[in-house]
Design a protein around this ligand. Structure first.
Ligand code: SF4
Length: 267
């Protein structure tokens, strides 16, 4: 290899290391603000909690529990700090080239909503209209989600909406494993900043990614899980409901559980 090529490879490697250090530094800053005084190895708490009378055990779902009780304080970011952290994160994500979807996207679809939301919906990936407009859930499935939100007496602006993938997969194909692995840290960090009381995972990809499981959405839906300090409930994605309207009743049952938890503060 010629010395100019070696020089250019060296420059690329240096740039990559600097970029990684910047990401790590931002993460440590954020965790300090959140009161985390240790390096968090895995932010996902994968412990299933009882819902109603039944404790259902699915060993494939569960990893070792991470007891953060003595390690995290209850320090919350203020609304303005959340806005600032989300802005910084969005700036990073807009420049992200960690997977091939950066080449075909029109817009990065970061997320939208109340940074202090008690309820956060996490879907799969942007579709055609989301990619065009840079906002999640604006197509037909998004209109249905808006109706679902209004059915429990809330407005779209009361909640926070995001997807696991921030860029649209071509032809709305399913996300692949590499894309999920590369992109999910962005939504995990969004959740860390917003700290909703309930996360509603829409569809199999969001549910499996956040719960770190391979179980089907049929198995996962309608049950409460613990995720960080929030409850997580999975249900069908509104795009699935457009194709399978008979399952709207099941989503209504699930979303009523979310409504009741928000009203009563217990699952
Ligand atoms: S999908 Fe996610 S990981 Fe891939 S380029 Fe977009 S923001 Fe980056």
């Amino acid at each position: 290899m010629s010395s100019s090529k070696q020089q250019s490879k060296l420059q690329e490697a240096k740039a990559e290391v600097l970029s990684l250090l910047n990401v790590l530094s931002d993460k440590v800053d954020l965790e300090k603000k959140l009161g985390v005084s240790y390096i968090q190895l895995d932010p996902i708490i994968k412990k299933r909690i009882p819902h109603g009378e039944n404790v259902v055990s699915h060993p494939s779902t569960l990893g070792p529990d991470i007891d953060t009780h003595n390690e995290e304080t209850e320090v919350e970011l203020s609304r303005s700090e959340k806005i600032e952290e989300l802005r910084k994160l969005e700036e990073q994500v807009k420049k992200c080239t960690k997977c091939d979807l950066c080449e075909s996207r029109t817009n990065v679809v970061f997320g939208v909503g109340d940074p202090d939301a008690r309820l956060m919906f996490v879907g799969e990936a942007p579709g055609y209209y989301e990619d065009e407009q840079g906002e999640p859930f604006v197509g037909k499935a998004g209109q249905l989600l808006t109706k679902i939100i209004e059915s429990i007496g809330m407005k779209r602006s009361d909640v926070y909406l995001a997807n696991i993938l921030k860029c649209r997969p071509p032809e709305n194909r399913n996300p692949n494993t590499n894309e999920i692995v590369m992109c999910s840290p962005h939504s995990i960090k969004q959740i860390e900043i917003i700290r909703p009381e309930i996360i509603c995972a829409l569809g199999i990809f969001a549910a499996q990614t956040l719960l770190d499981t391979t179980e089907s959405i049929g198995e996962l839906r309608g049950k409460f899980f613990e995720y960080q300090k929030a409850k997580l409930l999975a249900t069908y994605h509104p795009a699935y409901l457009l194709r399978n309207p008979d399952d709207k009743r099941k989503v209504w049952e699930d979303i009523k559980k979310v409504r009741d938890y928000l009203r009563e503060g217990s699952a």
